[in-house]
Design a protein around this ligand. Structure first.
Ligand code: PLP
Length: 452
């Protein structure tokens, strides 16, 4: 790496990115290209000779950006928030700059130690029970995604029970969650070898605002035990993907505990809100959980990817995921003096992701982060009021944080809107042939206000 060459080119790149943000509102949010568009624009093979950065940036402008769906646009309301920030961006930059691979403590002690400290900080901001902090038997780890988080804890829970019952019990193991649970759980079950019929997604409905019913769970567990099955894993969600439903953690957790079931809480999206005391109640009952996950890359100003996972028993993860080949052995690991995060995750290699979360926490501070969350929620409430007061719309489900579900009665509007605004879903509902369901993340709002 030639540092002067880096300085010159990196300045150009930062200018390019800053200009992109300056003009981001001019792009259609949803990319307008057809499938395969890029193959027609780029050569068939890599160049033999080096090209200039300017040439590449010209191509990015002309050929790549048209194929980008602009998640950072203020007109973007789809799926879930994925807010970047200056602090998150700088942290990414620093991580790319240092470019170490921190799988074991010895491969870069600061990477492991900062990750432990920053996740303790964030755990304290969320008022997680002390058992989740690194000072005890538990601790936090940054995974790439919530999908990886639920996979690793499911594997830990599976192996914990198989150590007791023997490997043949695998086909009897049962997982529970609501039918609103993210498909990440289903994927984890597939990878974990759980029999497809034993991944039980219990029915929810509007009577519980789409939250998992503890009674239904208790009954399912008793029925399964009576037929010789082995309940071993429960996944509750705080802020489901389609309507931000909040499962009742306390009651579910007690049922899990009474039945020796690993209790995982997926707060991938809504977890960020819990840094505000007035929204902390969404995770009341997390004390009963064995693991808890929230995506800092969703609504916590930390650039993708940064999914924070806490466990109460780090040994459960390590027993399931650890390998110890000769080439990785070192004094600190052998003496059991350090955390080696390679044993808490699927891959070996890992990036210095805690830097960006550290930057976010330090450059903004708790008060500003709380203000940011409150502002989004207030905007969403304001929007809810506008929708409720307008006869063209019908409020479909209560808005807990910023995800908003409403019905829309004038289909003519949809073609206009789809060019400017990207919504998650446009589903024709059976109960009214002309109504259209919009699920929309009002976290950004600047443009959403325009069409009300
Ligand atoms: N869980 C919930 C509640 C989600 O909303 C999502 C994503 O939308 C996920 C899990 C999956 O997240 P990831 O892409 O980090 O795996």
């Amino acid at each position: 790496m030639d540092s002067e060459q880096l300085r010159e080119n990196a300045h150009k790149m930062v200018d390019f990115i800053a200009d992109y943000y300056k003009s981001i509102e001019n792009f259609p949010v949803l990319s307008q290209v057809e499938p395969g568009y890029l193959r027609e624009l780029l050569p068939d093979s890599a160049p033999n000779q080096p090209e200039t950065l300017q040439n590449v940036l010209d191509d990015v402008q002309a050929k790549i950006l048209p194929g980008v769906t602009h998640w950072q646009s203020p007109s973007y309301f789809a799926y879930y928030p994925s807010n970047s920030s200056v602090a998150g961006f700088l942290g990414e930059m620093l991580s790319a700059g240092i470019n170490m691979v921190g799988f074991s403590w010895i491969t870069s002690p600061a990477a492991t130690e900062l990750e432990m400290i920053v996740l303790d900080w964030l755990g304290k901001l969320l008022k997680l029970p002390e058992d989740f902090l690194s000072t005890g038997q538990g601790g936090g780890v940054i995974q790439g995604t919530a999908s990886e988080a639920v996979l690793v804890v499911l594997l830990a829970a599976r192996d914990r029970v198989l150590r007791k019952l023997g490997k043949n019990a695998l086909e009897k193991l049962v997982v529970y969650a609501s039918d609103q649970t993210h498909s990440a759980l289903q994927k984890a079950c597939q990878i974990g070898g759980i029999h497809p019929e034993n991944c039980k997604l219990l029915k929810t409905d509007s009577s519980t605002n789409y939250a998992l019913s503890p009674d239904l769970l208790s009954k399912a567990i008793s029925d399964d035990i009576s037929t010789g099955l082995v309940p071993f894993f429960l996944c509750a969600t705080v802020g489901t993907t389609s309507s931000t439903a909040v499962d009742p953690l306390l009651s579910l957790g007690k049922i899990a505990k009474n039945n020796g079931i690993w209790f995982h809480v997926d707060a991938a999206y809504a977890g960020s809100a819990c840094i505000c005391p007035e929204y902390r109640c969404y995770i009341d009952g997390v004390e009963e959980a064995d693991s808890f996950n929230m995506n800092a890359h969703k609504w916590f100003l930390t650039n993708f990817d940064c999914s924070a996972l806490w466990v109460k028993d780090r040994n459960a993860l390590i027993q399931s995921l650890s390998t110890n080949p000769e080439f990785l052995k070192n004094k600190a690991s052998q003496a059991n003096m350090v955390v080696d995060y390679k044993d808490w995750q699927i891959p070996l290699g890992r990036r210095f992701r805690s830097l960006k979360l550290w930057m976010v926490l330090r450059l903004y501070g708790l008060e500003n982060l709380q203000c940011y969350i409150r502002n989004h929620i207030n905007l969403a409430k304001y929007f809810e009021g506008l929708v409720a007061a307008d006869s063209r719309f019908e409020v479909d489900r209560p808005c807990y944080v910023c995800l908003y579900v409403f019905l829309f009665y004038t289909p003519d509007w949809t073609s206009d809107l789809s060019n400017t605004y990207l919504f998650t879903d446009k589903t024709f509902l059976t109960r009214s042939s002309y109504s259209i369901l919009f699920i929309c993340n009002t976290f950004n709002f600047t443009k959403l206000a325009d069409f009300c």
